[in-house]
Design a protein around this ligand. Structure first.
Ligand code: HSE
Length: 373
C-alpha cells in the first residue's frame, strides 16, 4: 500500500512514524505547507502531485477542517484512490456527498480515527450493528473537554489553564472553541448515529451545548452534591423516533462516566442482543489517533470499505423531558420552570430537551447541564 499523506500535524506525523516499522505500507508523499524534510517520503506543497501519482493507491487526509479537505478527498475518490480520514467535521458535514460517491467509484473509505481517537469505536460499531438492532450510541467523545472538566474537578485547575494544557498536549482542535462549544462532539455523535442506524441525520436537528461557560463555582456546587459534570453526545432510536443532542450531563460521583480521567473517552452502545457495551481509551493524541489510521490501512488492505450502508435523511426529535442545572441568566420561562435554587443557579422542573436548548441559544452566556436520567 502506497500512501499519500495530506497534512503533517499531530496525526499526520504520528502516521508517518508508525508506518516506518512496516513492510506492507509506505508513505510515498506528504503534502505539507511547512518546510519539512523526511528521510523516507517526498514532501510537497502541491496536492496535485499526490492526486496525479498513479502509484499512490490510498490517501490519508489528516489536515482537518472542511476546506480544502473536502475538495481534496472528493478528487481522490473521483480519481479512484481509497481514502482514510481522521476528520469528523468532514465526514459528518459531507456524509451525503462522500459515502455515495465512494460507493459509485468503487473505492474504500474509512474514518475510524474520526471518533474516539485511539478507540476502535467505529469499527466496533460496524460489527455491532450487523447482527442486531442498535438502540443508543454515545458518551464522552471529546478528550479536550474531558481533560478540562477532570482538571477542574479533581485538580482544582482553572478553565483557562486546563484548556491551555490540553492544547499543549495536542488534544485540542486547531480552533479549540470547536471542542469546548461541543461542535467536535456534535460531529462525532452525528457520524456515529449515521453508522449505527444506517441513516443520514439532519445536522441542524441536533442541538449542542458546550462547556465554554462553566465556572469553578459550578464545579464546587456539583462536588458538594456528589455530582460530576461530563460533556456527552447521545443518539437514541426508540419506536422509530430518533433523538440526539450534545450537552453537559451531571453524573453521580460513583458512576463509570464520572471516573473517566484526563483525555480519555468512554463511548457506549446499547444493542438488542449485546445490551450495554462500553469502549474506553485515549480519545485524542498523536499515536492513539495514528493507531486507528493504521488499522484502517490494514482493513483497506483486506478489502473493507465503509461501516454501514448509506441511508435516508432523518430529523432528530428531542421532545423527551429532563431536569437541568442552569446558571447565568433568567426570564419568565425559566422562573415558571424552576423547581429549586442552588446558589446562583436554578434546577428546573422536567423540560423538553429541545425547549431547553432553544432557550440556551437565546442566552449565549449561560451554562446548562442535564441530570442523568
Ligand atoms: N480535539 C479532539 C478531542 C481530538 O479533544 O477529542 C480527537 O478527536
Amino acid at each position: 500500500m502506497r500512501l499519500g499523506l495530506l497534512g503533517f500535524g499531530v496525526v499526520g506525523r504520528g502516521v508517518y512514524d508508525l508506518v516506518q516499522d512496516r513492510s506492507d505500507i509506505e508513505v510515498a508523499k506528504v503534502v505539507c505547507l511547512e518546510e519539512v524534510t523526511l528521510p523516507n517520503a517526498e514532501v510537497t506543497k502541491d496536492f496535485k502531485s499526490v492526486l496525479e501519482d498513479s502509484s499512490i493507491d490510498t490517501v490519508v487526509e489528516a489536515m482537518g477542517g472542511l476546506h480544502p479537505a473536502f475538495e481534496f478527498v472528493r478528487d481522490c475518490i473521483l480519481s479512484g484512490k481509497n481514502v482514510i480520514t481522521s476528520n469528523k467535521a468532514l465526514m459528518a458535514t459531507f456524509y451525503d456527498e462522500l459515502i455515495p460517491l465512494a460507493k459509485q467509484k468503487g473505492v474504500l473509505l474509512r474514518c475510524t480515527a474520526a471518533v474516539g481517537g485511539g478507540i476502535g469505536w467505529l469499527s466496533e460499531l460496524e460489527r455491532a450493528r450487523r447482527v442486531q438492532t442498535l438502540r443508543q450510541v454515545g458518551g464522552i467523545m471529546n478528550g479536550t473537554c474531558n481533560y478540562i472538566l477532570d482538571a477542574m474537578t479533581r485538580g482544582g485547575m482553572t478553565y483557562a489553564d486546563a484548556l491551555a494544557q490540553a492544547q499543549k498536549l495536542g488534544y485540542a482542535e486547531a480552533n479549540p472553541s470547536t471542542d469546548v462549544e461541543g461542535i467536535d462532539t456534535w460531529h462525532k455523535t452525528i457520524l456515529s448515529a449515521n453508522i449505527a442506524f444506517g441513516i443520514s441525520l439532519d445536522m441542524a436537528s441536533v442541538p449542542a451545548a458546550g462547556i465554554q461557560n462553566i465556572l469553578a463555582e459550578d464545579i464546587a456546587s456539583f462536588r458538594a452534591r456528589g455530582l460530576v459534570c461530563k460533556l456527552i453526545g447521545m443518539a437514541k432510536m426508540e419506536n422509530g423516533k430518533l433523538s440526539a443532542c450534545v450537552q453537559p450531563v451531571l453524573y453521580p460521583a460513583i458512576s463509570t462516566e464520572a471516573s473517566v480521567p484526563t483525555n480519555f473517552n468512554l463511548i457506549t452502545l446499547i444493542g438488542s442482543a449485546s445490551e450495554r457495551m462500553s469502549f474506553y481509551g485515549q480519545g485524542a493524541g498523536r499515536y492513539p489517533t495514528a493507531y486507528n489510521v493504521l488499522q484502517d490501512c490494514a482493513d483497506i488492505l483486506s478489502g473493507k470499505g465503509f461501516y454501514s450502508p448509506y441511508g435516508e435523511k432523518v430529523q432528530a426529535v428531542n421532545d423527551d423531558k429532563r431536569t437541568y442545572y442552569v446558571r447565568g441568566a433568567s426570564d419568565a420561562w425559566l422562573e415558571e420552570n424552576t423547581r429549586e435554587n442552588w446558589g446562583d443557579a436554578v434546577i428546573t422542573l422536567p423540560v423538553e430537551t429541545e425547549k431547553m436548548h432553544t432557550w440556551r441559544k437565546a442566552h449565549p452566556d449561560v451554562f446548562i447541564a442535564a441530570f442523568e436520567k
